[in-house]
Design a protein around this ligand. Structure first.
Ligand SMILES: CC(C)(COP(=O)(O)OP(=O)(O)OC[C@H]1O[C@@H](n2cnc3c(N)ncnc32)[C@H](O)[C@@H]1OP(=O)(O)O)[C@@H](O)C(=O)NCCC(=O)NCCS
Length: 135
């Protein structure tokens, strides 16, 4: 059985988290190979949850929150070997409980478009994205 906890993103081992992104397949859609940028993504997120099976990192959620109104869930990733066992749901629960008055907002990766409605999310027909000036 795994355990889920709120963690300090600045203290996580970037290589361990990068390995998890690869193991979950999310690395295909995030700049994990650019370690400087990936490190900033991890260090500057202010609500990070992690799931561990003993000492092995098997899942992570990475969010930006104002602790009051809105939480942007940037990434949710579970090691393929541990998917469909409730780990993702538990990471979402821990995120929601950490900032209970906030609305969780996210952009789904294609692999997860059927997942979010399954765990209670409603699709928003008025979400808008402005692409970065530089990438
Ligand atoms: C999407 C992801 C985080 C889900 O995590 P998970 O731990 O496998 O999901 P859970 O075990 O919490 O699943 C909860 C429920 O959703 C279902 N489910 C899981 N993945 C699903 C999917 N891709 N599509 C539809 N339903 C899914 C489970 O069967 C389970 O159903 P149940 O409650 O009826 O038993 C995980 O599959 C993952 O890391 N995927 C690759 C990375 C990715 O795309 N992340 C999303 C970025 S936005």
């Amino acid at each position: 059985m795994w355990r889920t906890e709120i963690v300090d993103g600045t203290k996580l081992d970037v290589e361990e988290v990068a390995a998890l992104y690869v193991a979950s397949t999310l690395a295909e859609r995030r700049p994990v190979g650019d370690r400087k940028r990936f490190t900033e993504m991890l260090r500057n997120a202010n609500l990070v949850t992690a799931a561990y099976q003993e000492d092995l990192l098997i899942g992570i959620s990475r969010s930006l929150t104002d602790w009051s109104y809105a939480t942007y869930l940037c990434d949710l990733a579970v090691d393929r070997r541990f998917q469909r066992q409730g780990v993702g749901k538990d990471l979402l629960r821990a995120t929601q409980e950490a900032a209970p008055t906030t609305k969780i907002i996210l952009l789904s990766a294609p692999a997860a478009t059927d997942y979010y409605p399954h765990v209670g999310f409603k699709q928003h027909n008025s979400a808008w994205v402005l692409d970065p000036i530089e990438s």
